[in-house]
Design a protein around this ligand. Structure first.
Ligand code: G1P
Length: 297
């Protein structure tokens, strides 16, 4: 019987330089879409997919993440005293079962593959998920849940996949497609950040993975790839080279690249408009803004 996926790694050691100066003292994963930090969206998605153990690969300057998932007794007492039950309820999303969350430090920024490898002992001999919190995915059924369900049928390794325009391919891991089954493809190769004219397709890897523990053994070799970094993409590509199945899963949903300023702003607008308590006021504002801009043109 296939093992269920119950562990997820959250690589959160990145410096977030694209958001300086904000990220000088605030981890980028704490940056907020409407009223929830990016990491909360990632944790909620993992929970919905049945994940029970949450492994954070952190770095210096990231302690705000640990505080975020701790209890806040004084704050809770104040809210209780003032009968703010709605806010107490909102805080519940940050509660983690004791022992469900683990923090590991990546001492040196040696690449995404290295960050994932840092969690090898906690993962052990089980399939595991990886979620990159920069990639926020709005979906009716959360993306990782879609993948866990598909993975129960296929086994092997699976990555979230999305078509990107050819000029953007060099920003992603790109899949070479052996067989296209519609919602899913079987990959015949994977290349990290190819040059525009060398991309094997325009099917890009998005930051959700379900991986076999063998990938950790490959990462053990510490081989460097694109940008001189230890790449997760290369370790997954090795699975294909050795004759094992790797699938790209075309998820249903909208992905926002919250690692970029434009993507973060788009996500802010989309999530603002999706909220019952904000939609009316916010969309009126956007309509007015659009009208003013049109008139000025
Ligand atoms: C990482 C991965 C890349 C993937 C991307 C998705 O790149 O290395 O394969 O396509 O995430 O967001 P990064 O964006 O960290 O450079």
């Amino acid at each position: 019987m296939k093992k269920r996926v119950t562990k997820a790694i959250f690589p959160v050691a990145g410096l977030g330089t694209r958001f300086l100066p904000a990220t000088k003292s605030v981890p980028k994963e704490i940056m907020t879409l409407v009223d929830r930090p990016l990491i909360q969206y990632a944790i909620d998605e993992a929970r919905a997919a049945g994940i029970k153990e949450f492994i954070f690969v952190t770095a210096r300057g990231k302690s705000a993440l640990e505080d975020y998932f701790d209890r806040a007794p004084e704050l809770e007492a104040q809210l209780r005293k003032k009968d703010k039950t709605d806010l107490l309820e909102a805080l519940k999303a940050t509660n983690m079962d004791s022992g469900a969350i683990a923090y590991i430090r990546q001492q040196q920024a040696l690449g995404l593959g290295h960050a994932v490898w840092c969690a090898r002992r906690l993962v052990g001999n089980e399939p595991f998920a990886v979620i990159l919190p920069d990639d926020v995915i709005a979906a009716e059924k959360p993306c990782l849940q879609q993948m866990v369900e598909a993975h129960a049928e296929t086994g092997g390794c699976m990555v979230a996949a999305m078509e990107v325009s050819p000029d953007k391919a060099s920003a992603y891991g790109i899949l070479d497609v052996a067989e296209d089954m519609g919602a899913m493809v079987r990959a015949s190769g994977m290349v990290e950040k190819p040059k525009a004219d060398e991309a094997p397709s325009n099917l890009a890897v998005i930051g959700r993975y379900i991986l076999t523990p063998r990938v950790m053994q490959t990462l053990n070799r510490k081989e460097t790839g694109a940008g001189g970094e230890i790449q997760l993409t290369d370790a997954i590509a090795r699975e294909i080279e050795e004759g094992r199945d790797v699938y790209g899963y075309r998820f249903r949903g909208q992905r926002f690249d919250c690692g970029s300023k434009a993507g973060f702003l788009q996500a802010t607008v989309a999530f603002g408009l999706s909220r019952d308590d904000l939609r009316d006021e916010f969309s009126t504002y956007l309509d007015e803004l659009t009208a003013v801009r049109r008139a000025a043109q």
